[in-house]
Design a protein around this ligand. Sequence first.
Ligand SMILES: *[C@@H]1O[C@H](CO)[C@@H](O)[C@H](O)[C@H]1NC(C)=O
Ligand SMILES: *[C@@H]1O[C@H](CO)[C@@H](O)[C@H](O)[C@H]1NC(C)=O
Ligand SMILES: *[C@@H]1O[C@H](CO)[C@@H](O)[C@H](O)[C@H]1NC(C)=O
Ligand SMILES: *[C@@H]1O[C@H](CO)[C@@H](O)[C@H](O)[C@H]1NC(C)=O
Ligand SMILES: *[C@@H]1O[C@H](CO)[C@@H](O)[C@H](O)[C@H]1NC(C)=O
Ligand SMILES: *[C@@H]1O[C@H](CO)[C@@H](O)[C@H](O)[C@H]1NC(C)=O
Ligand SMILES: *[C@@H]1O[C@H](CO)[C@@H](O)[C@H](O)[C@H]1NC(C)=O
Ligand SMILES: *[C@@H]1O[C@H](CO)[C@@H](O)[C@H](O)[C@H]1NC(C)=O
Ligand SMILES: *[C@@H]1O[C@H](CO)[C@@H](O)[C@H](O)[C@H]1NC(C)=O
Ligand SMILES: *[C@@H]1O[C@H](CO)[C@@H](O)[C@H](O)[C@H]1NC(C)=O
Ligand SMILES: *[C@@H]1O[C@H](CO)[C@@H](O)[C@H](O)[C@H]1NC(C)=O
Ligand SMILES: *[C@@H]1O[C@H](CO)[C@@H](O)[C@H](O)[C@H]1NC(C)=O
Length: 265
Amino acid sequence: MSRGLILLVAALVVYVSPDVQGTAHLSFSNNTEVNITRDGCGDTKLCVATPDGCDPAGNTNCLFTSVTTSSQAPSGTELSVELRGNSTGYIALGLTLNATEGTTMLFICAQNNGSFLFRTRQNNNTDNELTPTERIVREIRGVVNGSVIKCEFDIPNVTDTTLSVLLGVGSLNGSVFGAFDNRNSGLLNLTQPVSNVPTTAAPTTAAPTTAAPTTAAPTTAANTTMAANTTATTMGTTTPNDSGAVQPHAVLLLSVLALCVMLRA
Ligand SMILES: *[C@@H]1O[C@H](CO)[C@@H](O)[C@H](O)[C@H]1NC(C)=O
Ligand SMILES: *[C@@H]1O[C@H](CO)[C@@H](O)[C@H](O)[C@H]1NC(C)=O
Ligand SMILES: *[C@@H]1O[C@H](CO)[C@@H](O)[C@H](O)[C@H]1NC(C)=O
Ligand SMILES: *[C@@H]1O[C@H](CO)[C@@H](O)[C@H](O)[C@H]1NC(C)=O
Ligand SMILES: *[C@@H]1O[C@H](CO)[C@@H](O)[C@H](O)[C@H]1NC(C)=O
Ligand SMILES: *[C@@H]1O[C@H](CO)[C@@H](O)[C@H](O)[C@H]1NC(C)=O
Ligand SMILES: *[C@@H]1O[C@H](CO)[C@@H](O)[C@H](O)[C@H]1NC(C)=O
Ligand SMILES: *[C@@H]1O[C@H](CO)[C@@H](O)[C@H](O)[C@H]1NC(C)=O
Ligand SMILES: *[C@@H]1O[C@H](CO)[C@@H](O)[C@H](O)[C@H]1NC(C)=O
Ligand SMILES: *[C@@H]1O[C@H](CO)[C@@H](O)[C@H](O)[C@H]1NC(C)=O
Ligand SMILES: *[C@@H]1O[C@H](CO)[C@@H](O)[C@H](O)[C@H]1NC(C)=O
Ligand SMILES: *[C@@H]1O[C@H](CO)[C@@H](O)[C@H](O)[C@H]1NC(C)=O
């Protein structure tokens, strides 16, 4: 198949799939290297991880994100994000003003049978419904190895001064992203870019292993004990689907989408 035909097919698929948003707001880096470490945590970058303090460079089941703030341009701050975790569906960073009300902007790194894809979604913090949304994201790069997804990306024009950073996972069935399961969070203070506090080593937080059969309902207000700059509150419930197998059907469809994304890069 010629490249042009592949793009055409992909475009048609995008057109006929109501749940699939456009991807024109996403731009990919031509550098595919992804190197995520704890270097700079608590010093140059805010780190949030589950289990607390786990090493994203290791081979363990470590869900990790870091956020670095750069240039305070007039249009807002640019955030550079690293994200790493085990999932056969997706891992995501969420930015929100208040995790118990309003909405969360989700930045999703996902895999479909080993192919990397990136999407943005809006999460309703009240009913946990996801809606497609087109937030500009740049310099996206990601790799998938087995159940491990790693990605990096930049979010320009962030104008809020204080944001809760949420870290979580979810399933991907065909083109449908399952509910965002929030596993940990931190507070990002954009007025003091270089000195954000890392995740607190709070082993008292409930381990995110208690599987609940119900969907992640708005159980977010589990424990809102907030340290001044950092929280390590475990919110939401885990879904038993996290490490389940990727659903085989519609994989081909999304592979074409992923190919389209790759060709656009
Ligand atoms: C990425 O592209 C820029 C210019 O668009 C180029 O300067 C740079 O060398 C490229 N990097 C890689 C890794 O290809
Ligand atoms: C990854 O980053 C660490 C520290 O920043 C560095 O020591 C290491 O060499 C890097 N690895 C690769 C493959 O670039
Ligand atoms: C997470 O990934 C590591 C490899 O980095 C693997 O050893 C481990 O079994 C994975 N855990 C799950 C739950 O898939
Ligand atoms: C950021 O905001 C400025 C001013 O509003 C605008 O000119 C620029 O295009 C925006 N950049 C992005 C990536 O949205
Ligand atoms: C978040 O919203 C709840 C109400 O939904 C409110 O009680 C709480 O004070 C808010 N938290 C912050 C930090 O504004
Ligand atoms: C979030 O969901 C609640 C309950 O379904 C609804 O009342 C509210 O309008 C939704 N908010 C947004 C921003 O969609
Ligand atoms: C993928 O993961 C396996 C096991 O964790 C490792 O041996 C292998 O080198 C990894 N492959 C790449 C390309 O990183
Ligand atoms: C995936 O979606 C299909 C319908 O599109 C449904 O039949 C199937 O049960 C779903 N699988 C899971 C694991 O939710
Ligand atoms: C953010 O940092 C500024 C400057 O250090 C401080 O004045 C402000 O209170 C901080 N905000 C929060 C919510 O911690
Ligand atoms: C929240 O956590 C604090 C400290 O771990 C604990 O004292 C408090 O009882 C918890 N509150 C709830 C509602 O679980
Ligand atoms: C939060 O940040 C402020 C400003 O840097 C600092 O004074 C305060 O001690 C920090 N609080 C915690 C709990 O780290
Ligand atoms: C997933 O990918 C592997 C190798 O990349 C392939 O053998 C397998 O058939 C794929 N599964 C589906 C459902 O497409």
